[in-house]
Design a protein around this ligand. Structure first.
Ligand SMILES: Cc1cc2nc3c(=O)[nH]c(=O)nc-3n(C[C@H](O)[C@H](O)[C@H](O)COP(=O)(O)O)c2cc1C
Length: 211
């Protein structure tokens, strides 16, 4: 399969066969994440591969979250994850290590890029400084590689951004400073969903100047 086909064919799959994924296939798909680019090549992320059903069930519970609306909030139960994770045999938990990522902050006069958290901390001290790190972007690139490598193996995936991070960290004993940013289900699709619509290019892309 060529790359254009993989990009065009990828779907969010929310219903899976119970068929197990062999270690060979799983390792190959996971290696596509390892090969992903990251700022300064720091790779400031870790994936936890969860296959035990009892743990997947606990993580499904962490996806029952409250959804904020204009009129208040309502409980959002992701029905497909409740079974659990649409029976996907594998659930990936994407973790970021912000302190191992590139940090950019603004001193008020100039933007400073900092390769080490300690360097940033040295300058910022106890001052509140606006900063951002590349950690979640680096993780997202790695996970996107997985979504495409999975297609080549006949596997489907679904990103999950709606979950209770505190609960996921408790279930997997993830240390305090580590952020859980995305979950992702992986498995053989029970059916291949139809393509979702996309905005036209003119709405997304402009040339030379922003418009
Ligand atoms: C960052 C991110 C977070 C997402 N979170 C969820 C989620 O919590 N639950 C879910 O069912 N789908 C989630 N999705 C899947 C999107 O709904 C889906 O990608 C979008 O509707 C387009 O459909 P497609 O992936 O089939 O093209 C997420 C996707 C992304 C990229």
């Amino acid at each position: 399969m060529n790359m254009s086909d993989a990009i065009a064919d990828r779907r969010s799959v929310r219903d899976y066969k119970s068929q197990a994924i062999s270690n060979r296939v799983l390792r190959k798909v996971l290696d596509s994440a390892r090969l992903a680019p990251s700022a300064h090549n720091y790779q400031p992320w870790k994936l936890v591969v969860v296959s035990e059903e009892i743990t997947r069930r606990s993580l499904s519970e962490a996806c029952r979250i409250r959804w904020a609306t204009d009129s208040g909030s309502k409980m959002m139960i992701q029905k497909w994850v409740a079974k659990p994770f649409g029976n996907a045999p594998i659930l990936l938990v994407g973790c970021c290590l912000e302190k191992e990522a590139i940090i950019t902050y603004h001193t008020g006069k100039e933007a400073v890029v900092c390769a080490k958290w300690n360097g940033f901390h040295h300058v910022a001290g106890s001052k509140r400084v606006n900063y951002h790190t590349t950690a979640s972007c680096d993780l997202a690139i790695a996970l996107d590689h997985i979504t495409l490598a999975a297609i080549e193996e006949g596997l489907g995936t679904c990103w999950i951004g709606a979950f209770d991070e505190v609960e996921v960290k408790r279930v997997l004993s993830i240390p305090g400073e580590v952020r859980v940013v995305f979950l992702m289900s992986v498995g053989y699709p029970a059916a291949w969903p139809d393509a979702r619509p996309r905005k036209p290019s003119e709405e997304l892309i402009s040339y030379e100047q922003y418009s």
